[in-house]
Design a protein around this ligand. Sequence first.
Ligand code: SF4
Length: 434
Amino acid sequence: MDLDIGLDKKTGNGSSLAGKTVYIPGMDYAGSRIFASVFKSMGVNAVPNVNSDSRTLELGSKYTSGEECLPERVTIGDFMKVVLSPEFDAEKSVFFMPVSNGPCRFGQYAPYFRLVLKRAGFDHVNVYSPSGEDGYGGLADDSITMLRKTWLCLISSDILRKMLHKVRPYEKMQGTTDKVFERAIERMEYVFSRPGRPFVQTRRDVLAALGEIRYEFSSIPADYCKERPLVGVVGEIFCRLNEFSNNDLIRHVEELGGECWLSDICEWVWYTNYEEKKNLNYAGRRYSMGMLVAKAKHFIQHRDEKMLYGVFKNEFKGYEELETEKLMDIAKKYLHPLTAIGEMILSVGKAIHLYNKGADGIIDISPFSCMNGIVSEGVYPLVSRDHDNFPIKSLYFDGSSNTSIERDLPLFMEMVRGYMNRKNKLRVYPGYFG
Ligand code: SF4
């Protein structure tokens, strides 16, 4: 059953969702938790599904055909855990499942989940699906405020995750950074869940909270030495962000002496904006109201992002991201944006960008059988050859083993260290490095 989310046009309150529980997929631990708080600010009970476990995979496999990618199995497995729990009330539950166009299986998640529900006898369960076709504008059909708060939530979760990955490898006492990260998420949950706050007020609250979070991260006793190699982590968005799906790869890289620069969530939002404008151009609507709205949205989103990142100006020195148009430009020698779409081209562009920023290697994370990883893996030898034999490794995950990490990662980290000692592109370090 499709659901009209029914936000009240004037207040943005989720009036038709009153009394219901909205379940959010747990793609990213911080992002899903904070996003659930945005719903809570509208008086809607929202639960992030961030506790994937062996039962997730068991149910994901049971209710799918075996042809689906790992992210789809994990998402469906987590949702089915909820559906099959004794306290589940179909009338009071809504599953949040955004969709996207294109050849990727992500476009099938929502209709497929409805089919799974129907076959399991739960066809009366609500599934709510905003679309990537209009840059997920449908998410806020009735409430610009909701959309803008969601954007702040995505930026904030990216910032928190980046800080975790920047500080944790250098901490003097194991576990300190994880605790600060956890507290930072809780603080953001509080800020975003406050009801009745206009957008500007929420943004002010977020900026203040980020200032405190910055202070907490910078107070962690750490030894910022320059001997640790920097490893870029790119690839399929769900698998690279979902620690359960990638067997906590980043922690393994850190244990082997590296620091990771993980591609963030907002990268995908910028890309859907880019595609929206590209499609309007193709449709001969270069000078149209649609284009005007798309550009205005881009401008506002960019301004918000700049404000929030401004709090961490010193911390992110040397970690600057590249805008989508430029990523497409540097990737087009290997994959052209007119013919290659989605994460494959983003990953290739990002790998080159990180090479230019002085990173020491790239890991491309992909679910087994995902064409994004297969295509980008096909061009990485050329990318590496053209960039000083920069080490790039594709790792595939299917939810069943840790083989890639145990067997391949130590060897790859040796290659990374070798490159680090001979590289021509030097890193710019934030001031707190010695
Ligand atoms: S990009 Fe690949 S793994 Fe991700 S949803 Fe699409 S098909 Fe699945």
